[in-house]
Ligand binder design. Sequence first.
Ligand code: GLA
Length: 666
Amino acid sequence: MLYGADYNPDQWPEEVWDDDIRLMQEARVTTVSLGIFSWSRIQPAPDVWDFGWLDRIIEKLHAGGIAVNLATPTASPPPWVTTHHPDVLAADEFGAPYWHGARQHHSPASETYRRLASEVVRRLVERYADHPAVVMWHVSNELGCHLPVEYSDNARDAFRRWLHERYGSVDALNAAWGTDFWSQRYGSLDEVFPPRRAPYTRNPSQVLDYHRFMSDMWLECYRMERDIIRAGGATQPISTNMMGPFKPADYASWAEHIDVITDDCYPDPLDPHRVRNVAFQRDLVRSLKRGQPWLLMEQATDAVNWRPANPSKKDGQLSAESAVAIGRGADGVMFFQWRQSRGGVEKFHSAMVPQAGTHIGGQPTRTWREVTSLGASLADLGDLPAPGDDAPVALVFDWESWWAVEEDAKPVHVDYLGVIREWYGALHARGVMVDVVPPEKVDGRYRAAIAPFLYLLRSPGAQQLESFVAAGGTLLAGPFTDVVDDCDRFRPGGFLTQLGPVLGVGLEDFRALVPPVLGGAAERAGQEAQASGGGGGQSVQVSGEGLAFRGTFLAEALVPLGAEVRATFDDGPSASRPALTRRAHGSGHAWYVATQPDASGIDALVGAILDEAGVAPVVPGLPTGVEAARRGSLVTIVNHTDHPVEVAFGGVGTLPPQGHAFVHTA
Ligand code: GLA
């Protein structure tokens, strides 16, 4: 079990370092992520290199028994880089540059950036690949975090190369993008630009490809550094820290290039769905490499500094959320950062060693108390089983569909992540383990799968879902599913062209409703959305045998083609038409729901699907606010409430507020 933090000794005089190591030992820190933003100290000028300080701190850490997750400092090029090489700068939608002065101001497509970054990485590897303190490599930092999409000339040129590789010819690109619409036909790839500022809605296929391209650019930067590290003889695992459901980066496509998944998670204290959203993020990152543990690379010990308001964590919440990570597959609990900064943007951000100190008047500060007690309990944990095939349910979540479905000019605006998390919430509340995967990964290890708003459905994904059902799985799909192909074009022959025969329904029309505001919509900037807490918008009534709920977003007009109708719309634009259908296919069943149900409807449908598939909760009968997760033979139970709860499982007994228990089962 790794325990530690980002460590930035370059922000401190060397006199502080011995104290750091003493305190790390006291907190039972095992590992630090070192030097993440240290480029300007390692290479203060084009031809000046200074590794002396890094040599000294690595030696000290090693002597102190602390391992190093050595970072490449490429997430923030020093001012000299962009002063000498303005072509490194990223650009906004208007083509105007972002300047240095914050971080991540570079274009990932810039050849100059890549050359300079390669040089730093090469030198680091040459020097430290064999150092016994170095147990892992931390490539860059949160790739694409601040500038997920940029529009520089570097990006333009790289986009043209990327398109050439994808389509081979301009004719193929014209066909893929439907450029005969609005006279957009290209004569050559040299006429293509990134989707910069335009007077009106931009070509959706171009925008979709630009999402793919930018995600690929950041991945390319990772792979470039990874290859240099390997070529330099390093044998340690290599990773880059992800950000859970981060829209710009298709982590499902990144995962195979990364040795161990590492994730940063900063739950919003004002999010009414915090518990659900934290569990969702843990399950999502665990599902990226099924069967392998991952690492919680960053969380905050207490408040962050970057939301409009930054309240503290509750007493014990740090430990509770760390337990959720472990229970859902993490083999490490790390923080940003070790010692709170004295200057710079993040000086109000909490850390393991707070600015207020470890003790005041002889008493430990809350942060220090929690940090040392968590460290001690992790040190006592012993070996944990690897995550196995613990989840009987797959929730289908797909980045390409996310990008495409949220583009403008649709029947209704969909908050895809919000909708997915509502479905996840019902599964979480029922205490079942869920993997969060793209459709191509829905295989025989699952008994049930749920695929809402799977707007862009690739053919292999559709085939996989069909075989899943044929082999005995239970699938619940819809609404707004199987609408377009990989290029965001309608497929010939209407809608539901791939899944329709499995589901036994045809789709005549989407019939939009004014959408509701979903709670907890955005991870990072979402306090306004959270404050509104859901609700609003138009809704329609759905009823069937033993079933009644309201539907939002769409009331699709379905035509049953062999499916039994389980519920119908009572009112609204599709009144008296099917709202919920079910069809036997092979040895399994395929359900379709033609609207987004409200919370009670989602819960009822999830209940029906789980019953049909024979899926049971990890621990039955837990009170509200208490969650359980399975990781091989280990069951983790966490009480997120503010009162003690009784748990009749594995001899747990009373769990205090924010308390947790690890139960080893046979
Ligand atoms: C991100 C970054 C860190 C730091 C934290 C603050 O996760 O990786 O460098 O900025 O946010 O919350």
